[in-house]
Design a protein around this ligand. Structure first.
Ligand code: NAP
Length: 250
């Protein structure tokens, strides 16, 4: 029988991270769950260990602190006997137009969390996986990476950075025993988008978590989530003339 695998997730206290934790647990994986709200993680650990015969490690982690990210990943690997998959999932989103009050401060926070935080997670994972001799890195980007959208400039820029960083990572690790998966969700019903004016092609969280984990298990190189219609829509969005974009979304 194959030994059960260990999955490390950032941003596991809510939304996609929490749902992927539940989905991985139901498929028999052990988990290392991290986020700043550790009380939520403790409750989730209790639920998952009771329902499935798996081991769950939890730790408080702010991905903006790169040393803490390295230390928590090392501790999780020690507790679980190695880590097979690292999911760089933690992220935040604000919608504001450039030059309006708070927009720049929120942009700074998004870059620190979504870009620097994901890079710190991925960099720590690469170091661990080189020591172990194997591993799978999963970056959660967004369809927002395909086109700079009005009112979401910094969020789109942050996800575009995650996408290009991850593509470069795949090339750098091409000859190593390290797999790289880049996932770009469309709208999945979570707190990050619950205040949005419109959420085209929205899918529910359970379906989103199931698709994400299935794509991760298959070790796909890259995919939108779901792949249809976003695989086509995101590419069309990328080449839509600005006038049409503004008419469509303001
Ligand atoms: N839902 C969607 O439709 C959608 C679409 C495209 C991409 N995404 C991406 O999917 C990822 C998860 O988003 P979500 O939809 O699940 O949103 P969410 O429900 O708001 O969850 C965000 C998670 O990120 C964690 N987080 C935020 N800042 C953090 C920090 N500094 N350090 C560590 N953890 C932090 C939060 O935990 P704490 O607050 O407890 O730290 C929370 O667990 C994000 O990267 C988001 O950009 C989501």
């Amino acid at each position: 029988m194959q030994k059960s695998q260990n999955v490390f997730i950032t941003g596991a206290s809510s939304g996609l991270g929490k749902q992927m934790a539940k989905e991985f647990a139901s498929r028999g994986y052990n988990l290392a769950l991290t986020a700043r709200r550790v009380d939520i993680l403790e409750t989730l650990k209790e639920e998952l260990e009771k329902e499935f015969s798996i081991k769950v490690f939890v730790a408080s982690l702010d991905v903006q602190d790169s040393q803490q990210t390295t230390d928590v990943l090392a501790k999780a690997a020690k507790e679980l006997g190695g880590i097979d998959k690292v999911l760089a999932n933690a992220g935040i989103g604000y919608t504001e137009r450039i030059g309006t009050p708070n927009a720049f401060e929120h942009a700074r926070q998004m870059i620190n969390t979504n870009v620097i935080g994901a890079m710190a997670t991925i960099d720590s994972a690469v170091q661990l996986f080189r020591q172990q001799g194997h591993g799978h890195i999963v970056a959660i980007s967004s369809v927002a990476a395909f086109r700079g959208m009005p009112s979401s400039s910094a969020y789109c820029a942050s996800k575009s950075a995650v996408t290009t960083y991850t593509e470069a990572l795949r090339a750098e690790t091409h000859k190593e025993n390290i797999d790289v998966t880049l996932l770009s969700p469309g709208y999945i019903d979570t707190p990050i988008n619950q205040g949005a004016a419109s959420r085209p092609f929205l899918i529910d969280l359970e379906k989103g978590g199931n698709i994400l984990v299935t794509l991760i298990e298959k070790k796909v190189k890259r995919s939108t989530v779901p792949s249809w219609p976003w695989g086509v829509v995101a590419r069309l969005l990328a080449c839509l003339p600005t006038g049409l974009l503004v008419r469509a979304v303001g």
